[in-house]
Design a protein around this ligand. Sequence first.
Ligand SMILES: Nc1ncnc2c1ncn2[C@@H]1O[C@H](COP(=O)(O)OP(=O)(O)O)[C@@H](O)[C@H]1O
Ligand SMILES: [Mg+2]
Length: 275
Amino acid sequence: MRKHSAGERNGRAVIMAVASGKGGVGKTNISMNLAICLAAANQRVVLIDADLGLGNLDIMMNLNSRYNLWHVMTGRKSLQQITQIGPSGVEVICGGSGLEDMANLTPFQHNRLIHEFNCLQDRSDVILIDTGAGISQNVIGFCMAADQVLVVATPEPAAMTDAYAVIKVLAARQYPGRINLLVNMAASIEEGKKICRQIAQVASRFLAVPIYEAGILCRDQCLQAAVCLQQPVLTAYPNCLFSKGLKAISNRLINTAPAPTAGDGFFRKVVNWFF
Ligand SMILES: Nc1ncnc2c1ncn2[C@@H]1O[C@H](COP(=O)(O)OP(=O)(O)O)[C@@H](O)[C@H]1O
Ligand SMILES: [Mg+2]
C-alpha cells in the first residue's frame, strides 16, 4: 500500500495475507471487497485465492476461472494468461490445486514461477492473499512470508480462540510484520470493539505481540444478499453498513501502512516453503 498519486510508483508491492483460523468468518468476502476498496483508492491490486482445495473466490466474483496456478506451473499458461480482471480493475489469480503441486516442480519450473511472481510484485502496489481455514503449514507459510497479516475474528468464542491461535503461531515464529485484527459479524460497533480489545490485550499480555486494531464490521444482511447475487457487496450495495465500514478500514490500512519489510522476495519464501 502506498500513499501516492498516479505516476509516482516505485518499489515492490505490499503483501497482506488474510487469515482467521476458523472458516466461515468472512475472510473471502473481506479480501475481495478490500481489494476493490484499495483499487478504488488508486492502488494496483492483485488478489490471490490461496485457499487450497476450497477456494471459491471465482464463484463469489462470478469469474470464469478455467485456468489456475497449476496451468502456470505445468507450463501451459503464463501468469498473465490466468489473471482475470475483476471489479475496479482488481487482478484475480486462482490458486486451484496448483500451489499444492509446488513440491513436484523441476528446478527450471521452480525458478520460472518465482520469476513470474516477482514480475507481478513489481507491477502492483498491493497483493492480497485469501488463505484457507486452519493453521496448517501452508496458511502460516503465506502469513510468515507476507509483510502484514489481517486476522479476521468474529464474536463467536470459537472464532475468537482460533484468531488468537493464528496470532500465537505467528508470535512463536517471531513474525516481524504487522498483525492487524478485524472483527466481523459484530452485533454493534461497541461489541466488536470490545472483542477486538480483548484479543489484543491477551496477545499483548501473554505473547508480547502488539496488535493493530484495524476495525469492526457489523453483521449485515446486504452481504448475504450480495453473495447470493454472486457480486461483491461493495458493488451491489455500496452504501450498506458493511461496505461503509470496509471503506473506512481500507483507508486506515493505507494511511498507516508500514513500509514493506526488506529482504528476500515473498514468492521465493512461499515457493521454498513447499519444498
Ligand atoms: N458481516 C457479515 N454479515 C452477514 N453475513 C456475513 C458477514 N460476513 C460473512 N457473512 C456470511 O458468512 C459467509 C461466509 O463468508 P466467507 O467470506 O466465505 O467466509 P470464509 O472465507 O472465512 O470462509 C458469507 O457467505 C456470508 O453469508
Ligand atoms: Mg474463504
